[in-house]
Design a protein around this ligand. Sequence first.
Ligand SMILES: Nc1nc2c(ncn2[C@@H]2O[C@H](COP(=O)(O)OP(=O)(O)OP(=O)(O)O)[C@@H](O)[C@H]2O)c(=O)[nH]1
Length: 416
Amino acid sequence: MASISADLASAIIGLTSRSPIQLSRVRTVVHFPLLWRPRRTPHSQPASSYSTSSFRSRFIALRLAKPRSGSRRLTVASSAATTSQTESSDVTTKIPPDNRVPATIITGFLGSGKTTLLNHILTAEHGKRIAVIENEYGEVDIDGSLVASKTTGAEDIVMLNNGCLCCTVRGDLVRMISELVERKKGKFDHIVIETTGLANPAPIIQTFYAEDTIFNDVKLDGVVTLVDAKHAGFHLDEVKPKGVVNEAVEQIAYADRIIVNKTDLVGEPEIASLVQRVRNINGMAQLKRTKFGQVDLDYVLGIGEHHHDHHPLDHTHDPGVSSVSIVCEGSLDLEKANIWLGTLLLERSEDIYRMKGLLSVQGMDERFVFQGVHDIFQGSPDRLWGVDEPRINKIVFIGKNLEAKELEEGFKGCLL
Ligand SMILES: Nc1nc2c(ncn2[C@@H]2O[C@H](COP(=O)(O)OP(=O)(O)OP(=O)(O)O)[C@@H](O)[C@H]2O)c(=O)[nH]1
């Protein structure tokens, strides 16, 4: 590819200001407006690996505000009979307050803005101490690192078995919440659970009602579903094989609050038609339109109680959707990476639902975070690499018909 043109330079400037670039807008100019103009020659010693298709859960308990005096006492909420000593006409005064810890589930399809909303919640002034449980699709944990890096005073980070909260790691969710309550009683006020973008929320919701160990201490406050204003229609349209759930539909169906996010990427007619569609799936939930998940916090925390019928737990995910994760030490050649990723997205953006990465770029002192949702791409520098920190690239692709070997070879071909 020819050297970086003035047009690409301006596209790169666009990336530095964190505004998303739509590939279709720049593709006549250059293959791909990927990274950054190099500043210095870096080091690179390759040693790499990749892995495919699995989920990873992580738990981060975050102290975000000073503990209040007289913290909430965690007790088992029980029926009136257990506390009532005398018969009285005023039964309601004898029902103990529901002191269980509220939990909010944030769900929504891949790339709809769940982590963006989570970061909004974690960095806002609300005085709540929030424990976060994050479940990521893909072997490599990228969201967790981005959430943790945006906050201070993380108390604890515990890695859990790979698996999807709605499938294999439901047991882990139960154990995780029980341990959280056991070990940190009174140290947090709310639990927020971010599901993977491919989660069916129904089994996760069921966990709060079916498992005594959770039900006694934690109440499901609500399910918040993010909907990507630009791409949701595509996923709602997808016809799945018999017996396979359409996760995008399920996520909307189970919501107590719906956030139609990314409204900056489409016009009013598209938003109105999507809202109508969402309403047809779930007419009960409140709905708001946003950009970058900017909602009032009382819209998402303190909803009250989740109210839905609970459907059977059995569900099957689309076997055609998988993830490829590449972990690879070294630094990327900017121009090669531009060409490779640009070509890949131009040819495959329909199949590549989601890409995200933490990259080491030649000449950059910062980690480079890059995010892709179909043809929308965004990148920006993150924190500085540590002095002795190995420059390890992590990149995850999620989508249909992904070829791990081909992606790995393509990526490695961009390393210096
Ligand atoms: N233009 C635009 N981009 C957004 C908006 N909200 C989030 N994004 C970007 O969309 C990309 C995906 O956002 P995330 O918050 O990581 O989405 P997610 O749902 O957590 O993604 P997964 O965990 O992979 O499913 C990131 O590049 C965000 O910066 C928005 O309202 N408008």
